[in-house]
Structures are given as structure tokens and as C-alpha cells.
Unconditional design. Structure first.
Length: 292
């Protein structure tokens, strides 16, 4: 193996290159043969020794290109391999018609469930396609008939209901009694509407109560407790002669109190800065006056 990578080769001393003659023989007129490396395209059994050769087993095969074998212009290739046990020759070729390989000699292809059965001719294939089309049309017709039957049943039910209603109305007219036709009522929808109406009524009632609670109260309502309190205080105040009187104060006092409460300025939320206390005098520290 080391000689094939060297740049120069050894030539013996008695080597005479003139003795080597170039011979031009005739070209091979037969099919082109080429050595290739391939894997078994299908599982097979050797007919000579019974050895099983599974799909994917690799072989050094001879590839032959027959010039007279073509299918719709597609070249067909033939391959020759040897059995791994008895070295018997096995031949198979490509099959463009069925997009597969066909075993020719030396081995038998293993049985495959989807290939069981004889090959059908073009006429048989056409007949099979026609039968499938007819079956498909029959199924469509059956579905259409089923739909028509359902529609007819619905129409018949509606007609029976109309006849029954007309008969009831005619009997009521003959007897002189007015009979109303009860229309179908959806109980679930009616119950849902009642629940929605009750929820809306509760929401409006709650909003009305909130509005009543947030109404402005007159000033005399706030002044009433204060006036009553002052009157009660004055009633319990002792007189100079040592007795207590239960007479209330005049109305002018209540009016003056309410006026003074109205004259009071509104509360202010402005920030007030408090002056810091000077604790240095308490500690005996004298501060020098600032020069600035």
C-alpha cells in the first residue's frame, strides 16, 4: 500500500521501455459493464443453497447497461451479485414500469403481502376503475336519497301539526268557544329573561339607595344638635338664687351661634413652618451674632 503514494518508482537496471508495445484492440461491442457498490434492494432467497439475503446487504456488483432494453425511453440496468454462502450468481434488473426491481435468476424474491396476486392487464385496470367510479356514484346517490327522505319526514310532520291545529280551530268554532292556539314556548329562554330582569331591578334599587345616602343634608340639620345641646346646658346652669331653671335660651342665641359658625373661615391645608426652639440658652451656650 505504501508504493501508490510515492512520487518516483523503482526501475530495474535491465528495464527496456522499447520492449513495451502499445496494442490497440477493438472496442467492446457488447453492453457496457461497470463495477459498482450497491445494497440489496429487496429480501431474497438463493435458489442454489437456500441462503437468505436481506434488504440492505451491501455487495460489490457488476452493472450492465443493455442498449436494447428500454421502457418509454428510460434505460433499464442489470446487476450481477454473488451469494454470500455459495457464491452463486444472482441477477436482477430495474423495473421502471412498477417503480421497483425485478429478480431474474439465481434467487427468489421473498413474499410480500402487498405484492401477492397476478399482474392485471390494461383492460382489467380500466374495468376496475369503472367499477370503483360506479360504486362511488352509488354512494353519492344513497346519501342524496337519505337527505331527501329526512326532508320529506320533516315536511310530513309539519303538515300533520297544521292539520291538527286546523281541526281544533274548526271544532272550537262549531262549539262557539274561542280557543287560542298555544305556541311553543322556550322555558329556558323565559327563565333566563326573568333572572335578567330580577338582576336589573336589584341593581337599580341598590343605585337608588346609594343616591339617597349621598344626598346633601340641610344646614339646620347640623345646627339642630348643637342648639339642643346648648339649650340643655343652659337649662342645667344654676341660677344666682341657687335654683335651676328648665327654660330654653331664646331663638336669638341659636341664630347667633349659627351665624358665628357660618362666619368662621374655612379650614386651610397650607403648610405652616414652625420656628425652631433655641436650646442653647438652656445649656449655657452663648451664640455670637452673625456678621452677615
Amino acid at each position: 500500500m505504501s508504493e501508490r503514494k510515492v512520487l518516483t518508482k523503482y526501475y530495474p537496471p535491465d528495464f527496456d521501455p522499447s520492449q513495451i508495445k502499445r496494442v490497440k484492440g477493438p472496442k467492446n461491442a457488447g453492453p457496457k459493464v461497470q463495477t459498482v457498490r450497491l445494497a440489496a434492494p429487496f429480501s431474497m432467497k438463493c435458489t442454489t443453497c437456500g441462503e437468505y439475503i436481506y434488504k440492505g446487504r451491501k455487495f460489490n456488483a457488476r452493472k450492465e447497461t443493455p442498449l436494447d432494453e428500454k421502457y418509454l425511453g428510460i434505460q433499464i440496468f442489470r446487476f450481477y451479485i454473488r451469494c454470500t454462502r455459495c457464491s452463486g450468481q444472482i441477477t436482477f434488473k430495474t423495473d421502471p414500469k412498477n417503480q421497483d426491481y425485478a429478480c431474474e435468476s439465481g434467487a427468489k424474491r421473498s413474499t410480500e403481502p402487498w405484492r401477492v396476486g397476478r399482474d392485471e392487464t390494461d383492460e382489467e385496470r380500466l374495468d376496475r376503475l369503472e367499477r370503483e367510479e360506479e360504486e362511488r356514484n352509488a354512494m353519492v346517490e344513497l346519501e342524496a336519497k337519505t337527505v331527501d327522505a329526512k326532508r320529506e319526514m320533516a315536511v310530513a310532520d309539519a303538515l300533520d301539526e297544521i292539520r291538527t291545529r286546523n281541526a281544533r280551530l274548526e271544532r272550537a268554532n262549531q262549539e262557539g268557544v274561542e280557543v287560542g292556539v298555544a305556541l311553543p314556548v322556550d322555558d329556558e329562554a323565559e327563565r333566563q329573561e326573568r333572572e335578567d330582569a330580577e338582576a336589573a331591578r336589584r341593581a337599580f334599587e341598590f343605585a337608588r339607595q346609594v343616591d339617597n345616602m349621598t344626598e346633601e343634608v340641610p344646614d339646620d340639620v347640623f345646627d339642630g344638635p348643637a342648639a339642643s345641646a346648648s339649650s340643655s346646658t343652659s337649662a342645667l346652669t344654676p341660677e344666682p338664687n341657687g335654683g335651676a331653671t328648665s327654660k330654653p335660651e331664646p331663638a336669638t342665641t341659636v341664630a347667633a351661634t349659627s351665624a358665628s359658625s357660618k362666619d368662621m373661615p374655612p379650614p386651610s391645608f397650607k403648610r405652616v413652618v414652625k420656628k425652631k426652639k433655641d436650646h442653647s440658652a438652656a445649656l449655657g451656650i452663648k451664640k455670637k451674632p452673625s456678621l452677615v
